[in-house]
Design a protein around this ligand. Structure first.
Ligand code: PMT
Length: 222
């Protein structure tokens, strides 16, 4: 791959967790550190792309040449992604988006009461699926964090969400997935495409993953 293979392309990357508020001091979230998404954004910028990083709350530096848009909730992320989507060429959904949020976010701090308590949840909008439905020319790439039957669930997500690629990581493997500096993934694409990557530092893996997309989608000539 030529170093500036993505010159003239707009790449949108989502990264990190979302926070779904319970009250002003509490929220539901997950263990995403943002490392994988930030590595994808850095690699895209290094390959010459105009790179927009839509990020949940994490404590990482913005990679050089990348424009970051900070968001908090799944709903914020959906809105930011939809704004950037129409003229995007590649969208990479590395974020670990909450699937549920509290139905009611209390405006004041909840007080302790005798006995237990229940928080009622509702589904958030599936951003990847929404993008899949509204796809015109974009190359749509999702990640899948699974603990079992990785291939089965990844292929299912590819079809159901109208994605072009699903990058699956087994998050139960040590040194892979959430928070670690390395990751081991398998990429699933249209027409039964499948490629296994070795365990690699996330920075290096991101370069290889984008290299694969450039090669498969014939982006070097544009
Ligand atoms: O941030 P790190 O600590 O480096 O960890 C990286 C990672 C493990 C978070 C990352 O590699 C990863 O797997 N991200 C996707 C995690 C995830 O939410 O997987 P999922 O199987 O629940 O979702 C599948 C896809 O749908 C993802 O692209 C996700 O962004 C998207 N999704 C999910 C829910 C939702 N409401 N909207 C979405 O768009």
């Amino acid at each position: 791959t030529r170093p500036k293979a993505l010159a003239g392309k707009k790449v949108v990357v989502t990264a990190g967790p979302t926070r779904e508020r319970i009250d002003p001091v509490r929220f539901l979230t997950n263990f995403s550190s943002g490392k994988m998404g930030y590595a994808m954004a850095r690699a895209a910028a290094e390959m010459g792309a105009e790179t927009i990083l839509i990020s949940g709350p994490v404590s990482l530096q913005v990679p050089k040449g990348v424009k970051r848009i900070s968001v908090e909730s799944a709903e914020d992320m959906l809105n930011a992604v939809k704004t950037e989507y129409p003229d995007a060429d590649i969208v990479i959904k590395t974020a670990a988006v909450a699937d549920y949020r509290p139905i009611h976010a209390h405006s004041q701090k909840m007080k302790k009461q005798a006995g237990g308590s229940t928080i009622e949840l509702e589904r958030t909008v599936d951003i990847l699926q929404t993008l899949g439905q509204e796809k015109t020319h974009q190359i749509l790439i999702g990640f899948a964090a699974e603990t079992n039957d990785v291939a089965h669930y990844a292929k299912d997500k590819l079809a159901r969400k109208n994605a072009d690629y699903i990058i699956a990581n087994d998050v139960s493997e040590a040194g892979s997935g959430f928070e670690s500096d390395s990751n081991r993934v398998t990429v699933y694409g249209r027409n039964g495409f499948e490629r296994i990557f070795d365990m690699l530092p996330k920075e290096q893996l991101a370069q290889q993953l984008l290299g694969l997309i450039v090669e498969r989608e014939d982006l070097h000539d544009s």
